[in-house]
Every structure is written in structure tokens, then in C-alpha cells.
Design a protein. Structure first.
Length: 267
């Protein structure tokens, strides 16, 4: 399977908005990886796995179903304790209780069988270990009355409370945290463009993608471009990286990017 996302490697140019969405969630996870054995599921081009090893993880294995992504990761991120391999989230090829922390960023909404993934994650995580996943909030992204899945790469989309409930079926906790960043109305406008052009007019998916990129040229600070460099991630993002616990369905609706974290029960 080929890589279907923007490629985050040193020297690449990406929008500040997507830079934040993809990297702030790993900054959140980094608080739990000191001296830990980490499994990064759907690692993509390896930027998050590399960040976690730099923040003190004992070892990190990045797994992705795309052989192209794994090859890119191996070519661009080489550090002691860091490795990458091809694999699927619904059938993790690891022994029971192999990892202290599992991260899975923007993964579940692409799956045909999220339950199988969570069962495997629960199996390979040690007792007391952390499971950390993230998604974009369906309700914050889609203006009423649009509630259809717009992105053709997604099979399902969750609100923070829905994903918390799902994770809570396999782990002791299903705590949700929302990131205090993002212009909700702008995101909804872009989502509407996707919906009308892709779903209703049936134009190629590339058309709304090009329109989205055109919006990045309107001068919005959060859509300006930035060069990805590993040694500037914290300086670029950490001061603005604030995550708020989500305690109600009403509160959840204002967050675009969110994280759900669970902890495996002790034996």
C-alpha cells in the first residue's frame, strides 16, 4: 500500500496547521515515554516515532501498513533504539505484554475493524501501560446538518465522547483531551467544500484538495508554511500546546484535534 499523507521529513515544507495537528499529539504522548518501550502504530513517515525516541523512550518500534512509508522512515530517521517495520494495526505481530506505551495517531478512523485493533493493543501492552490515540472531532469538523464521512480514506469518524467510550471498553480509562488550537469555522468551511464537490457534484477528490491548499494562501497565520526540522519542534509548538480535559459532550464540540488515553489494568 502506498503512502497517502503529507511526508514529514527533515527539510520538507508543510502548512503550520497540519504541522501542529500531527506533532502536538506526540508532544502530549512524550510525557509518558521516559525509559519506556513504545509501539507507534501507523507511524507514517516516522516523524512521531523519531520524536518519542528523542524525548527519552528506551525503544520505539514504528509500524505502518505502507511499505513506502516504512522505507521513507528508515531512510530519514536513524537513531539507536528506533526501528520501523511493515504491519497492520488489526494484527500486531508482537508477543503479549511487549510494550509500556502504545501510540496511534489518526489511525482508528481508517480501520474496518477498530475492535480487533484495540484487542491487539490491549494484548501487547503491559499491565499499567498507556494507550494514547488521537483523531479529528467529527462534530467540530462537520457543520450541521452534514454528518456524512467526507474523507474517502475514512471508514468511520468519532466524537471525543464516542472514542472515549470505545477505548474504555478495553482499558481502565478513556480520558479525552482537546487541543486549544484551530479555527473551527474555517475547518467547517473547508469540510463543506469537500462535501459539496466530492459527494454531491462527484468531481475528483483532487479538486477539493486543491481548493483546500488554495485556502492556505489567504494569509491565515495557522495556514502558513513551515520547514520541518527535528531540533525546532519544541520551540515551534510547546509554548502553545495546551490540552484541556474534555468532561462533557457539550464541551467536546469546540475541539478539532483531540486525544483519548487509556491505561491497562494491573494484573
Amino acid at each position: 500500500m502506498r503512502l497517502q499523507c503529507e511526508i514529514y521529513i527533515p527539510g520538507s515544507r508543510i502548512t503550520y496547521e497540519t504541522y501542529r495537528v500531527h506533532l502536538t499529539r506526540y508532544i502530549f504522548a512524550a510525557k509518558y515515554v521516559k525509559d519506556a518501550r513504545v509501539l507507534d502504530i501507523a507511524c507514517g513517515s516516522g516523524y512521531g516515532s523519531s520524536y518519542l525516541i528523542r524525548k527519552g523512550a528506551k525503544s520505539v518500534i514504528g509500524v505502518d501498513m505502507s511499505e513506502e512509508a516504512v522505507n521513507i522512515a528508515k531512510a530519514n530517521f536513524q537513531k539507536p533504539g528506533l526501528s520501523f517495520q511493515v504491519g497492520t494495526a488489526e494484527n500486531l505481530p508482537f508477543a503479549d505484554k511487549s510494550f509500556d506505551v502504545i501510540t496511534s495517531m489518526g489511525t482508528i478512523d481508517h480501520m474496518n475493524n477498530p475492535a480487533a485493533f484495540l484487542q491487539h493493543a490491549q494484548r501487547v501492552l503491559r499491565p499499567g501501560g498507556y494507550f494514547i490515540c488521537s483523531l479529528l472531532n467529527r462534530e467540530a469538523m462537520s457543520p450541521f446538518p452534514i454528518r456524512e464521512i467526507v474523507d474517502p480514506c475514512h471508514t468511520i469518524e468519532y466524537t471525543p465522547m464516542e472514542l472515549s467510550d470505545l477505548v474504555g471498553q478495553y482499558f481502565n480509562q478513556g480520558e479525552a483531551y482537546g487541543e486549544n488550537f484551530g479555527k473551527k469555522r474555517l475547518m467547517q468551511l473547508r469540510r463543506t467544500i469537500y462535501y459539496v464537490i466530492y459527494r454531491k457534484i462527484h468531481m475528483p477528490y483532487a479538486v477539493p484538495v486543491l481548493m483546500q491548499r488554495s485556502l492556505a494562501k489567504l494569509g491565515h497565520k495557522d495556514l502558513s508554511h513551515i520547514t520541518y526540522r527535528e531540533d525546532t519542534i519544541d520551540a515551534d509548538l510547546l509554548s502553545d500546546n495546551e490540552w484541556t480535559p474534555i468532561t462533557s459532550k457539550k464541551a467536546a464540540s469546540r475541539f478539532i484535534n483531540y486525544i483519548v488515553m487509556g491505561q491497562k489494568a494491573l494484573d
